[in-house]
Design a binder for this molecule. Sequence first.
Ligand code: SF4
Length: 398
Amino acid sequence: MSSGRDAFVAHTSGSQDRSPAGNRGLLVNLTPGATVISPNRQHSLTFDREGRLHLYFRQGLTYKRSLSSELHLRFQDGGRQRRQLPSDEARSIFLEAYALAGEVRARAVGELEVRLCEEILRWTPESLAAERRRFLSCYRPISILPPDQYLSIVLQATEGCSWNRCTFCSFYMDRPFKTKSPVEFREHASGVKDLLGAGAALRRGIFLADGNALALSLRRLEPLIGAAKEIFPDRPLFGFIDLFSGDRRPLEHWKRLVDLGLRRVYIGMETGLDELLAFVNKPGSAIELRNFVEELKGASLSVCLILMVGLGGREYRSAHARASLEVLKKLPLDDSDLIYLSPFVEQPGSTDYSERRTKADLTPMTEEETEAELQRMAQIIRRLDLKVSRYDIREFIY
Ligand code: SF4
């Protein structure tokens, strides 16, 4: 693994500044997956190994470029703020970031100089923006990923969700459910390989999208996984699975997928309260979930359960939390598993949830109430010796 030994200045953060005069303050970290350049304490740039901007930190502002070359801004201002930049603003940030890299070029030698010349400085705002067309030529929009999978390689074995009728969910409303044929999938995965290029080194696992791909029969799934592993070898597999499609599959199904490299599945549990699950039109129950998780753990899979905080509004707050925590206590979870708490985001106009909530006379929780409830539930879950983390769908970027 290259540690940046050849670079003019190659530090990991926290190390002392050993830069020669004229390069004081410059920190560089060269890894097989990324090039990180901090010209000074206020600026830090991360590029993938194709030289495409991945992250740009500037004085408290964080710009994240998606694979489709959208630029997203994150910053703190009385809470976490986020917005996607319009193309003209994105262009000027791309220009600024690459100009900074250009300034460093004049002082770089060794591996840093090579990476700047051969990977990074060949990009322009126009060629970066054109990546969007390349992205759309091989992907349907990636609607959502779990936060620990933002840096996976997404391969769409299926498109859409086989249910697509939960009242709160708009992720796959734009497409009917479809399974790719082995030929289509291979073409898709090869297109993704071309798109990522050397940038694939930044990404660890393979996430089999969209929804419920893992519930396909082994007869349909194995050739797709075979192609994925051939095109992106030696990477663990991950994917969403919903209870109502996953629990139709026997233990042998999951054991076989583990043999093929599946490591963790992500289940949208939403709530442990059956009444609330029925209210949002999601099939399943707490008992079915328990049986399903027992089966998955029996196959040695890591399980991640996603709970929505704020679902059902104030009226359901206590019952939802109580029932969900009761379910978690009974599940055979261990330290390889994870609970995600997701602040519920209503999407009036996009889903049926708001209308149904109004008819049912339920009061939405404010952001502050949802946040406080999330923190309260997280504390209790930690006391159960379970790992818990936040999953804000508004933060999603691929
Ligand atoms: S929440 Fe999951 S199961 Fe329900 S419609 Fe959305 S993707 Fe499908």
